[in-house]
Design a protein around this ligand. Sequence first.
Ligand code: ZN
Length: 289
Amino acid sequence: MKPQPITPEPADAAARREIAPVICYPRDALARPDLDRYRAMRNGLQLTERRTILPRGAGCWTVPAGHVFRILCTEGPQVADLNLFNLANLDERFYSGKTRALNGTHLGRGDQMFSSFPYLRPMATITHDTLDWYGFDAFGASVHDVIGTRCDPYTHALLSDGGQYHHCCHSNLTRALAEHTGKPLAAAERLVHDVLNVFMCTGFTRDTGQYFMKASPVRPGDYLEFFAEIDLLGCLSVCPGGDCSSEHSSDAAACFPLAVEVLKPMRPPEGWQPPPVNRYDRTHGVGRV
Ligand SMILES: [Zn+2]
């Protein structure tokens, strides 16, 4: 948040502010998936697995490359925090910040979720979103953001004079990853990373630039669908904030379970290949790795 300025404006302040912005990462520089082919793949999807994830908890699942998974609202408005990993190498994980820089603040159909350095490649492509009608509202808010992080007990302690709460998404993801991988809790916690906030409706206030949330427009029957570009381990926390209309990091909000489905297409998109890892040679100007 910017404080009241104490520095006098320079004479050319208005001219400096009038400079037009430049998109940091122009869309046409980034190879985009052939969405028509991905959409054609959706005909004849076969359900291979369905699981329910309970509120204030999390669950893990795996998806083979070339398959699809969906996160579904089944009983009531509820948001969730998604982590993704390369199933064969948990060091390669979703990179929310670079995904935001490449795609924008909120993800939609055709956007790809990128992995961390030094891999930086698409891990998953969003192939369907029943909330695409929402767009951006009058507050500048939209759904499925990559601008928040994940609710966590450390920030909660910071803001509540040392308060203890154990079912933030960060802790839910930690417990689920510990159980799935067999790693000790502390090692599993280090795997948790910034998320895709599925169904969450968020933005930044226009006047102060503060991160805000509002009641999610998601309703039973809505879902977000992803195509797995590589073999994936997914982990989803069903957020203690419920629809995030009031607060999170407590047991006060009404919460509902969510479902995760894995589906197998009859054939992958025409011409599709799993993307290779990033081509940067990693010498960083030294001439050797
Ligand atoms: Zn949360």
